[in-house]
Ligand binder design. Structure first.
Ligand code: 13P
Ligand code: SF4
Length: 343
């Protein structure tokens, strides 16, 4: 590991930078803990420069990653788009495996590292490339539209990739040419999209049975009580939540859409029904707005901490290095490029 030791003045400066970013409000740090954290983020940022590395971070990552060491943050679509333009030699992806794989698919010549090898995703684990071949054979001619939360072998069997930010728009375009579309693997998002687009499930839209363990766990029965307790609250939910919840909220979308909604509206309270990282980031960005807590932690997203990132930059484990076989990469890239063209 490269030994880089900050002076006390450098630690102090770094602590003030973290404070300005809003870390005291969202991270629960006092001054002593902040100085300890500042020494670590200083070291990681130094290593990052020495290694000519870049750190993209999904909005569900821990606050100290998002506010302390990330070069850019965002939803799955924004991260994929920005990763396609990265100039650095190494990408240390603070997110989950399918996101790091997408970065590798777009940057085969770069080293891509996922700091915690176990950072998977329940949706990605719900389906294999072989499953896609079977479902395609059952519905000849129907395009396979695949949510980005899938492994590279599944992307390789797909016609177009979508994210929460563009799924509806891309499906609308596909339905201009096709009567039937296969949408995989998120069953709840599929049900939400079928209802929005007025498509018959099982006939016009074929879906799979995967779910996100975080968003699948919210249920709508408690919502009215919160509305009474916080009059005027704007309730936002991720489209991976169940249709029974989505139909009761004021706005449903991806994490990027939810953040823009908060930015561009003026409500007395907001409730963000999704992974807790989005609320942390929203509170740091909009300190004058009030948020009613309603979130769950994603164990995959939260498996990465600063120690993992420091190790990824200095001496990464083989299991953390992302590799995608070239034949799979080329096919998966075609489906991702189809998304960029249609979105
Ligand atoms: P988005 O950030 O694209 O909305 O995705 C949410 C998610 O669950 C990613 O794992
Ligand atoms: Fe996967 Fe859900 Fe976690 Fe996102 S929040 S990484 S969809 S398990």
């Amino acid at each position: 590991m490269i030994a880089a030791v900050p002076t006390s003045q450098e630690i102090e400066q770094e602590a003030r930078r973290l404070e300005e970013k809003g870390l005291l409000e969202v991270g629960g740090y006092d001054e002593t803990a902040l100085l300890r954290l500042a020494e670590r983020t200083w070291r990681i940022n130094k290593l990052k420069a020495i290694k000519n590395a870049v750190i993209p971070a999904h909005v569900y990552q821990r606050p100290e990653i998002l506010l302390g060491i990330a070069d850019f943050t965002g939803d799955s679509y924004r991260l994929a788009k920005l990763c396609a333009e990265v100039k650095a030699d190494t990408i240390v992806f603070c997110g989950v495996r399918f996101m790091a794989e997408t970065a590798k698919i777009l940057n085969p010549e770069k080293t891509v590292i996922l700091p915690a090898a176990e950072a998977g995703c329940s949706l990605a684990e719900s389906i294999t490339g072989e499953d896609v071949r079977r479902i395609r054979a059952l519905h000849p001619g129907a395009p396979v539209v695949t949510y980005i939360n899938t492994n590279a072998d599944v992307k390789a069997e797909s016609d177009v990739i979508v994210t929460s930010a563009n799924a509806r728009k891309i499906l609308e375009k596909l339905y201009q040419k096709h009567k039937k579309v296969i949408f995989i693997p998120d069953t709840l998002m599929g049900q939400n999209l079928a209802r929005d687009l007025n498509k018959k499930l099982g006939e016009e839209m074929i879906i799979w049975q995967g779910t996100c363990i975080v968003h699948d766990s919210f249920e709508p029965s408690w919502l009215e009580r919160y509305r009474k307790e916080f009059p005027g609250v704007q309730v936002l939910a991720h489209t991976e939540c169940s249709p029974s919840l989505v139909e009761m909220v004021d706005f449903a979308g991806g994490t990027g859409d939810m953040m823009r909604f908060v930015e561009n509206s003026n409500a007395p309270y907001y409730m963000l029904i999704t992974e807790c990282g989005l609320g942390d980031l929203a509170r740091s960005r909009f300190p004058d707005k009030k948020f009613v807590p309603m979130c769950r932690l994603c164990p995959y997203m939260k498996s990465i901490d600063l120690d993992h990132v420091e190790k990824a930059l200095s001496d990464p484990d083989a299991a953390c290095r992302i590799n995608v076989p070239e034949d799979i990469r080329l096919k998966a890239k075609k489906a991702i490029d189809a998304m960029f063209a249609l979105a």
